[in-house]
Structure formats: C-alpha cells, structure tokens
Design a protein around this ligand. Structure first.
Ligand SMILES: Cc1cc2nc3c(=O)[nH]c(=O)nc-3n(C[C@H](O)[C@H](O)[C@H](O)COP(=O)(O)OP(=O)(O)OC[C@H]3O[C@@H](n4cnc5c(N)ncnc54)[C@H](O)[C@@H]3O)c2cc1C
Ligand code: FES
Length: 357
C-alpha cells in the first residue's frame, strides 16, 4: 500500500514540477499569429490565443475568463493549434472539428499559428460607459441605461449582446442590448438577479448612477433577419425580454412592416413588465399582438389572460404556417420546449433563432 502511495506522490510532484517548468522556464520565442491570412501579430509565445487577442484589442467573446466553461471564444484555427484538448470537447461538435474550430482560451501559442476570425467579431470594440439610470422593473429585474463615452457610438443589430466587465476584475458577463440600434449613444440592459451570481449581484447591489463600466461588443448571431418578409413569432421569458424588446421596438420604428406575435411567459402579474408599452404598440399596429402568459397567477392578480407555460399558449394560438420565423429568448427548458412546438407547427428549424440563458 505504502509504495503505491509513495509512487503516486512522486508522480504528482513530477507533474507539478513539469507544469511549473513549462510555465517559467520553457520559452517559445517569437511566434506569428496570422489572422484572416493578412494581419500578423508577433508575440512572445506561451500564452493562450485569447489572451493575445485581448492584448491586441481583438475582443472575442468570453464569459468564463478562459476557464473553458462558457464555450464563447471559438475561432477557426487553420494551422499550428495542436490537438484539440479534452476541455474543449464538450463545446466542439463533429462539424466544428472538421472546420478546425477551437476554443481560443485553450489554444496555447507555441509556434506560428493561422486563424480565421469572422468580420463581425473583428468589429467588436471596447467601450467606456457611464451609468445614467438604474430602475427596478420587477422584484428581481433591473433596467440599466449606460451612456457611451469612448467611443461615443455603437452599431449593433437588434437582438445582439455586449459583455459587461465587473470593475476591478477580469470577469465578463453577457447582457443583451434592450435598446434600439438607431440610438447609438446609449445602451439599455435588463438584468435579472441570480442569487449568488457574481455580476448580476454586482449590478443589483453595487452599481450606481455615474459609475464607469467597460463593455465590449456587439456580439451574437441572435438578431433580427431584416431581409426576410416572413411573419414573426417571438417567445420570451424573464430577462429574455431584453433582445426581443430591441427587435420589436426597432420594427415599430420601421412602421411594423411584418406581422408579429409576442408570447411572454412570467409567473404572476408582478413579474410582468413593459406591459403598457407593448399594449400601446398593439393599439398603434394591428399586425402586432402581445400575449402575456402567467404560469402561477395569484388570486389578487384577478388574471383573465392566458395561463400555463408560455409554450402551451403558443400551441393554443399558433396555426400551422410554413412562412414564419421565430425569435426565442429565455431559460433553456423554455427554449427547448418552444422549438418542439414550433417545428410541430411547421416552422422550419433554420428559421428558429434563439439565445438561451
Ligand atoms: C448571449 C447571452 C445574453 C444574455 N443576456 C442577459 C440579459 O439580457 N439579462 C440577464 O439578466 N442575463 C443575461 N444573460 C445571462 C448573464 O450573462 C449571466 O450569466 C447572469 O447574469 C448570471 O451571471 P452572474 O455573474 O450573476 O452569475 P455567476 O457568478 O456566473 O453564477 C452562475 C451560477 O452559479 C451560481 N453561483 C455563483 N456563485 C455561487 C456560490 N458562491 N455558491 C453557490 N452558487 C453560486 C449562481 O447561483 C448561478 O446559478 C445572458 C447570457 C448570454 C449567454
Ligand atoms: S473563454 Fe470561456 S470557454 Fe474560452
């Protein structure tokens, strides 16, 4: 028994020494990172691709600080990235693997390396902002307005998100932009408190008017397809209101060119917000319909509207239609159930766009 323990101890000590040696003694010299076959970064090797991107103001999304738990920092590695690591496997499917997609936080630069980064990601910038307003929307959801100070304007598509940096830390969290793209000088966020959560607790308990906050973005492929004429179904829950608000308010500004039905799920009446604004759009545009759905209405709510899960209301109200596209945002079980209902109703999966959180 004892020799096995001793052997294990020795192996562990060797492994630790190797890690320390690699960290402090091994140098990889100058390495070239070629981006999109034209831009070359020359770096002193040894760190992750993600860290070199960040040092060079290329803002690849990353919500876990490089711990390989968010899966956002994907880029296409054409050569020099080495083998895919076990930490990446869970985020990289077969199709991604064939394309050479990797988590940039897990790819250590040890030699010259070639990568492809989409133009959208290369456009993401860092913004210094100042908090203008914070309001309670419900008991656990806050509305935050931030003015952009440097640069002073942002271009984004309705539905996209930014990453909010918790001051004095390297922690980032994604928040969908709730405002409309035509207002370029401010961004509005809708943040739900996650008990024990780092960033949402910061926003709810520490953040104050006039605070300076750094955000990066915009990011994401969940955005309104403006070149389509299809009818739209939106399904949201909780803070999933944020990107859908941006989409609907943007379409209102354009004169509501398409038919939209918005199903919004909440527990009870006190969890509903923006009801008046959405109802006033209904009055203005007959082709917009807002259907709030309560899963646990309280007796004092005197609720006469839709009840049950939001997806049950979609099942009841939606007729089969192959000419519809859907925008879904909310918790993963809601999105999974909504995809099932929509595909049963004839919506093609390629026309279902979603952000789960
Ligand atoms: C594309 C995208 C868009 C998003 N948009 C929005 C949005 O518009 N609005 C919004 O509110 N959110 C949004 N989110 C979610 C947001 O990014 C954060 O994930 C969320 O705010 C929680 O972050 P946090 O730092 O508060 O929690 P984290 O610290 O990341 O914690 C996450 C989980 O771990 C648990 N936990 C943390 N610390 C402890 C501890 N000490 N003990 C026990 N449990 C613990 C928490 O309870 C929680 O369940 C979005 C996410 C994505 C991916
Ligand atoms: S930064 Fe989160 S997985 Fe890479």
């Amino acid at each position: 028994m004892l020799p096995i323990l001793v052997m294990n101890g020795i192996l562990l000590a060797i492994a630790i020494l190797l890690i320390i040696a690699e960290r402090f003694l091994v140098t990889y010299g100058k390495c070239k990172i070629t981006i999109n076959k034209e831009n070359i970064l020359t770096v002193e090797g040894g760190n992750s691709l993600l860290s070199y991107f960040s040092e060079n103001k290329i803002f690849i999304p990353s919500a876990c600080g490089g711990k390989a738990t968010c899966g956002y920092c994907k880029v296409e590695v054409l050569s020099g990235g080495g083998h895919i690591l076990p930490t990446e496997e869970v985020f990289i499917n077969r199709e991604d693997k064939l394309k050479g997609i990797r988590l940039s936080c897990q790819v250590k630069v040890k030699n010259d390396i070639e990568v492809l980064i989409s133009d959208d990601l290369l456009e993401a910038k860092e913004y210094k902002t100042k908090v203008l307003r914070i309001e309670d929307l419900t008991r656990d959801i806050k509305y935050v307005v931030m003015k952009l100070e440097e640069p002073q304007e942002i271009n984004f598509k309705p539905g996209q998100y930014i990453q909010f940096r918790i001051p004095e830390s390297e922690e980032f969290r994604a928040y969908s932009i709730a405002s409309i793209p035509s207002v370029k000088t401010e961004i509005e966020l809708i943040v739900r408190l996650v008990p024990g959560g780092l960033c949402s607790s910061y926003v709810h308990e520490v953040l104050d008017v006039h605070d300076q906050i750094t955000v990066t973005g915009p990011y994401g492929d969940f955005y309104l397809r403006e070149d389509s004429l299809r009818e739209i179904i939106c399904i949201g829950g909780g803070c999933g209101m944020a990107p859908i608000r941006s989409i609907i308010f943007h379409l209102r500004e354009k004169g509501m060119p398409r038919k939209i039905t918005y199903f919004f799920g909440a527990r009870s009446k006190s969890d509903l917000f923006y009801t008046k604004e959405l109802q006033s759009i209904e009055t203005q545009f007959p082709n917009f319909k807002y259907i709030p759905v309560l899963s646990e209405p309280k007796p004092e709510d005197k609720w006469t509207g839709e009840t049950g899960f939001v997806t049950q209301a979609v099942e009841r109200h939606m007729y089969s239609n192959g000419n519809t596209e859907a925008y879904l945002c909310g918790p993963p079980p809601m999105i999974d159930a909504a995809i099932k209902v929509l595909t049963r109703k004839g919506v093609h999966e390629i026309h279902i766009y979603y952000d789960k959180f």
